[in-house]
Design a protein around this ligand. Structure first.
Ligand code: FAD
Length: 496
């Protein structure tokens, strides 16, 4: 059977993309290398992942947010014991920003609504929820089958695996940082080499009182004890240890820990350990003919401030409806290529964000001087608001042109008098046409791929009408007298 799309990799990005495509009526096959979906590294505490506003909104707008139980019971891991205005709600290079300093009035179009700005999730649970959803939508998932290569023609893609061949119209590589699809497709993966090796470990500590709680940026690196025995370390060795791939022994982890913590702490057992780096690379194009990349396959960077998963899920939300429209011959010229045009700059910003953090965490006098300046800036109202806005993805937007400031941004969390909320209107993956004018000027555009809503919202933020793409991005907005001609032009630009 020839599928519309084969996705290589059943990580969170591959699964979410499959859900988006299946929701839009495409047939999808996921090929996943691993036999079993779970590993201890996907479970708490290693599997902890911070989700930011765009991801939370995406999950909410597909009816998936409430299925995650972990965020309901886990509070912000940065907050520690301090409550009130000095409650830590995030960090940049280990420098905290505090709740009381954040001026949310600067985020004019952000309504309180149903979604948080950041939550804590678990990889295992997220993948479980997405797998359930994908299977319910008819996605086929074959595990224990690794994609080894592919061949594309004008009409389709032949995908090779360890022992079988599969056919599809499109192939998307969601196969992680070492993506086979990226390598086999000859995608250029440009970027910078690492400054450090990061360690995530579970250990037994003989004298834990020698370590300070929380995140500690030291003169030699960084150590973080998220809970007793669970340590994250950063050792500025130029990424050498990770690159060598030498065995991770108790003695090695203890030596690194002693050096970065500047203590003589002793470890008696090493249970789990993995390494990572701040290598930052990005595919120079996300599309080569009928082959596309998303998630870590398209971009890698340090997990400082936790952005990679958010970035990847954002790719999936952006790509799903565009690829589906292309498959159904409903896509206007250039729609699929707008995936690269919109997502590549967002990825580049995240890579730079992680590079900036690694740069000021280096154990040298210049970095320490910069670190001190950043610490002062983050503790100001504008500073905290800026850093929170970046870390939580509030400022994420696409440059779509248009003369309304909301165009290219996520639609606000609008709510109607009857209790209907914006998220509920987007569960089916269609675009939205919100018409707040009394005389229904936009009604002729209703139907097909657009859900037309003509009712006043509780807080319309001064707007008279809005066109929202299936990924929740505002394509067009008017504050007064919405013009059918302008709305219609915007709808055709996006094939809605
Ligand atoms: C320590 C750490 C902490 C992090 N914290 C955060 C955080 O707080 N917030 C955040 O947003 N991000 C965080 N990240 C990053 C995040 O985990 C990744 O960006 C995310 O998992 C990427 O998802 P993905 O689906 O693209 O790739 P992956 O999760 O890597 O999934 C890829 C899948 O493809 C499969 N695969 C590989 N090769 C093949 C093949 N040839 N054929 C078929 N299948 C294949 C793999 O088995 C895997 O299942 C963190 C990362 C680390 C290391």
């Amino acid at each position: 059977m020839k599928h519309d799309v084969i996705i290589s990799g059943a990580g969170p990005v591959g699964l979410f993309l499959a859900c988006e495509l299946a929701l839009a009526g495409c047939s999808v096959l996921i090929l996943e290398k691993a036999e079993h979906p779970h590993s201890p590294l996907k479970q708490l505490p290693f599997g902890i992942r911070g989700l930011s506003a765009p991801t939370i909104e995406a999950l909410y707008r597909r009816g998936l947010l409430h299925e995650l139980e972990v965020p309901k019971r886990l509070k912000n891991p940065h907050s520690g014991a301090v409550q009130g205005p000095r409650r830590q709600v995030g960090h940049f290079a280990g420098i905290p920003f505090h709740e009381g300093n954040i001026d949310t009035t600067q985020w004019k179009y952000r309504l309180p609504g149903d979604t948080d700005t950041s939550i804590i999730a678990e990889m295992k649970e997220l993948e479980t929820v997405l797998t359930r959803r994908a299977e319910a939508l008819g996605v086929a998932i074959k595990r224990g089958i690794a994609v080894t290569g592919f061949h594309q023609t004008r009409n389709g893609v032949t995908v090779q695996t360890t022992d079988q061949i599969f056919q599809s119209s499109w192939l998307v590589g969601c196969d992680g940082s070492r993506s086979t699809v990226r390598k086999a497709g000859g995608f250029d993966f440009a970027g910078t080499e690492p400054a450090f090796t990061g360690y995530s470990t579970q250990v037994d500590i003989v004298d834990p009182e020698k370590l300070r709680p929380g995140r500690n940026v030291t003169a030699q690196g960084m150590y973080l004890q998220s809970q007793p025995g669970y340590l994250v370390l950063q050792d500025f060795d130029g990424g050498a240890f990770h690159k060598e791939g030498a065995p991770l022994t108790l003695e090695h982890v203890q030596e690194v820990l002693r050096r970065v913590s500047n203590t003589d702490v002793t470890l008696s057992a090493l249970h789990i350990a993995t390494t990572w780096t701040d290598r930052a690379r990005q595919a120079t194009t996300y599309r080569n003919g009928r082959v596309l990349l998303a998630g870590d396959a398209a971009h890698i960077h340090a997990p400082l401030g936790g952005q990679g998963l958010n970035l990847g899920l954002g790719d999936a939300m952006n790509l799903g409806w565009k690829l589906a429209a292309t498959i159904h011959h409903k896509a206007p010229e250039g729609l699929l290529d707008s995936y690269h045009t919109e997502r590549h700059p967002i990825g580049a910003q995240v890579l730079d964000w992680s590079r900036a953090q690694a740069a000021i965490m280096k154990p040298n006098p210049e970095a320490r001087a910069l670190h001190a300046i950043f610490r002062d800036l983050i503790d100001t109202r504008d500073g905290a608001t800026y850093f929170a806005g970046r870390v939580w993805g509030i400022y994420t937007h696409y440059d779509l042109g248009g003369d309304h400031p909301l165009v290219g941004h996520s639609v606000p969390n609008l709510e109607w008098e009857d209790g209907t909320k914006i998220g509920e209107l987007m569960y089916d993956g269609r675009g939205l046409l919100l018409d707040f004018s009394p005389d229904r000027p936009l009604q002729p555009l209703a139907g097909g791929r657009l859900h037309y809503v003509h009712r006043p919202a509780k807080d319309q933020l001064g707007m008279a009408a809005l066109l929202v793409r299936p990924d929740g991005i505002v394509a067009w907005a008017a504050d007064t007298a919405p013009s059918l001609r302008h709305a219609s032009a915007a709808a055709s630009r996006w094939g809605l």
